[in-house]
Design a protein around this ligand. Sequence first.
Ligand code: 6R9
Length: 590
Amino acid sequence: MTSQPGDSPARVAASEPAAIEWERKPKTIDANLKDYDAAYKGFDWKSVEREFDWSKTGKVNVVHEAVDRHAASPRKDKLALAFTDFAGRDERCTFQDLKRLTSRFAHALRQLGVKKGDRVGTFLPRTPELYIAILSINRIGAIPVPLFEAFMEQAVEDRLGDSEAVACVTSPALKGRIPLKKLPKLKRLILVGASGALAPNEASYEQATANAPDWVEPEWLTVDDGLVIHYTSGSTGKSKGALHRQYAMVGHYQTSKWALDLRDDDVYWCTADPGWVTGTSYGIYGPWTLGISSVVIGGRFDPDRWYETIQRYKVTMWYSAPTAYRMLMSAGEAIPKKYDLKSLRHICSVGEPLNPEALKWVKKITGLAPHETWWMTETGMQLICNYRSKDFPIGCTGKPFPGTYATVVNDQGRELPPGELGHLVVKPGWPSMMKEIWRNPVKYQEYFRIPGWYVSGDSAYRDEQGYLWYQGRADDVIKTAGERVGPFEVESALVAHPAVAEAGVIGKPDPVRGHIIKAFVSLRKGHQPSEQLKQDIADFVKNNLAAHAAPREIAFVDKVPKTRSGKIMRRVLRAWDLGQPVGDISTMEE
Ligand code: 6R9
């Protein structure tokens, strides 16, 4: 259930689990961050800046720090990216290879007229080209806008349209979902794997890179220039673009070092797609600024493939999400027993709260408990974590990363004592904080509605030891299978269906997916409720928006409850869903 700070200021200590038997970590653990409390007291981000070449040269570009400087060092022949799609494509690429490949494509982009500051979409399956494209866009100082491969036409149009992308790197199979007529600014499609004739606005990735030079100097930027735009959902309106700046690399680097605990000899597997902020901050920028070897796999989720990935590449550090751990759990214990998972030495989790049952299960099959990392698209980096060298109570979200301050406040911004539920907020000024909501200063300001704080939209409480405990979203944003979905976007897709008059959407708790999307729908005259119609409506959302945004449950209602001012009363929908009394509905329209 979603906790509402305003609604329930009561002590929530009762929900604290009793002490759970838990093998204590060896005190001598060789973590990068050895003493959290000492680091927290004496931390200065300036010391991290000194780890980057730009602190000496003044010339900033993340590609230099993540690729070129390693290619000019003893790391040049080190594995940067190992890729498999389990369907015949197996590739390995060193930092030197990455330098060459991202130079060639950077050259191609320039030839096609892409300039510093331009936005360029990436709409590709998880393949090496996706990673190369993102870094090549960065190399010329343009700003990547990574899209999930699962997006359908409406989702693609919203994001490429809002960012006014001038080009998009995509594939012949996906390009049909890019509605060019509705995207007047989008001049170029660059197709990976095209065969046959190209349209005048199309270029072939392979042809454009074939005779390109092996070295293209990065466009030199300032720390304030753009790094990446990630679109994300809020509780109202269409998805919005969180623009991050180059300086974010400082946060990516240090959290990769201290929370992910990455070391030079690690084989690191971040399972997130770069369409999600986790897949860039911790799939690209964090690990590669540290010069770490990464594994990427293509294709759909499959338990055998996942365990095989750990075994095959001898993965040492694994960063994934609760839904994935729960899906592995529901596939049973017999599968992991077939594989050797002993290479693992550290596991982290992100995206939703990791329930104690899933945590314990991962610990059972790997010997390691996943460590929580809490953060958001807008925060750009991990902010509240459990650290490898420090015991933590199972189920807690963690403690603020050194150099940041996260806490729990009431509506007025006053910090609450331990045990009281309130808004989870962060003191602004951490390195990876979004620079703006793309061309939407009003939306940006909404994050700072409690003076002095960045308001996350989550509710939480703090305990006596200073651990923060996530308690749910305070707004209507839905996390389903780790993906952030805004109800408005789904409702807009629903009402475009010819049979739908009105629609209201909520997240319904689900044991595997965290939440599923449930839609309450009223029908237009002449349409009758039926199972077939439910399926048809769900497919309609799937085909226009994305499969993960389609409602898994639909209930037909006579009327969607709204306030007199026309706002959907999701509180009433939630009560209906649970068969509970609806409470005060005096503001409801007649
Ligand atoms: C990185 C990412 C952000 C929202 C956030 C919160 C939820 C993320 C969590 C977590 C509990 C964790 N969330 N990590 N909840 N424990 N460790 O997830 O970004 O997709 O923007 O979602 O996800 O509700 O506010 P994003």
